[in-house]
Design a protein around this ligand. Structure first.
Ligand code: ACO
Length: 323
């Protein structure tokens, strides 16, 4: 697989840690030291498809193709505009990709990686030639703004890549899920109700619409599973960890990233971080990071890259790509 182009977009409103300390009992020092997050972008009305469309237009221009050249749109999100139509189809309409087959993938923060793996399968099979892969989230909709243990962590944004088949660029992936641990990170998110079975206990139910998380369990899971699957994918690619130029991890917490680097015995500088600016943007974090690095020239001398994501489900994965 070859990455022809990339793009990203984040809403203009920036919320600082000090801003959050005005709505919940928290402070910049706690958030910065426990997570590394300083600011996050929050949508004031833009939907996931709006963010995705803006990132996609940038990726299309970067790739030097036209929207009609795209034959598939895969959109990873857990915060779509609506249950129907799927968010990828809404993006199709917004960018004019009239020849694309469109569907969404929900695997929380591993979503972009799973979408990229899906794109690779379609390319390898010859079913598609040019695929737009997007990670887009409006997590602010799914956030309980009265819960200080989660509301400081998340942000909104979108990242996109245009990919095509290329035998000269190796692609290798490992992934997994553990549904038995699904309760560690939950959120019904969309307050859809069966009108025929309307409950009076709305208050109780509404609490479940928003994300709830056992942070320590997620932390323990991430720092064990991520190094494990990175080692697996590197071995599968016939490489050693030292051969990898950069590791682009899901941007959830700088302590998770440092711990993974330490466990792999790799220097921190090979694990770029931008979560200080964006917070955890779930499925969008890896493509946003990729695009920022690419546009700033930091990928110019980079060839072998490992992407790794983890999140609700539980889900995890690592993918080896060559640029
Ligand atoms: N400000 C101030 N104090 C806080 C805050 C806050 N925002 N949040 C929690 N606290 C308090 C707690 O109440 C607790 O107080 P207590 O000791 O009096 O009970 C204390 O801080 C410590 O809380 P912990 O939960 O033990 O803090 P911890 O060091 O574990 O950090 C954190 C919490 C940052 C959430 C961490 O566990 C973490 O990053 N986990 C991974 C989360 C993650 O990556 N989630 C995303 C997964 S991806 C996806 O699918 C969406």
């Amino acid at each position: 697989m070859k990455i022809l182009g990339s793009g990203h977009y984040a809403p203009h409103t920036i919320v600082t840690n000090d801003d959050l300390s005005k709505i919940v009992e928290t402070n910049d020092e706690w958030i910065s030291t426990r997570t590394g997050i300083k600011t996050r972008h929050i949508s004031d009305g833009e939907e996931a498809s709006d963010l995705a469309a803006k990132a996609s237009i940038e990726a299309i221009e970067d790739a030097g193709i036209s929207a009609e050249d795209i034959d598939m749109i895969l959109l990873a999100t857990m915060t779509p505009d609506a249950m129907l139509p799927n968010c990828a189809s809404t993006v199709q309409k917004k960018i004019g990709a009239t020849n694309a087959t469109c569907f969404d993938i929900n695997a929380a923060c591993s979503g972009f990686l799973f979408a990229l793996n899906t794109a690779n399968a379609y390319l390898v099979s010859g079913m598609c030639k040019t695929i737009l892969v997007i990670g887009a989230e409006t997590l602010s909709k799914a956030t309980d703004w009265s819960d200080r243990s989660t509301c400081v962590l998340f942000g909104d944004g979108a990242g996109a890549m245009i990919v095509t088949a290329d035998d000269s660029k190796a692609f290798c992936s490992v992934s997994g899920s553990d549904g038995s641990k699904g309760s560690v990170l939950t959120g019904a998110a969309t307050p859809l109700k069966n009108m025929l079975v309307n409950s009076d206990e709305t208050g109780k139910e509404i609490a479940n619409y928003y994300m709830q998380m056992d942070g320590q369990e997620v932390f323990k899971f991430a720092v064990t599973k991520v190094p494990e699957c990175i080692n697996q994918v590197v071995e599968k690619a016939g490489k050693a960890v030292e051969d990898i130029d950069l590791f682009l991890l899901h941007q959830a917490n700088v302590r998770i990233i440092s711990s993974v680097a330490k466990r792999l015995k790799v220097a921190d500088h090979k694990f770029p971080v931008n979560l200080d600016k964006y917070g955890n943007t779930s499925a969008a974090s890896i493509p946003i990071l990729f695009d920022e690095l690419r546009k700033s020239g930091k990928l110019d001398d980079v060839n072998r890259v490992v992407l790794s994501g983890f999140g609700g489900g539980l889900t995890w994965g690592a993918t080896y790509i060559e640029l």
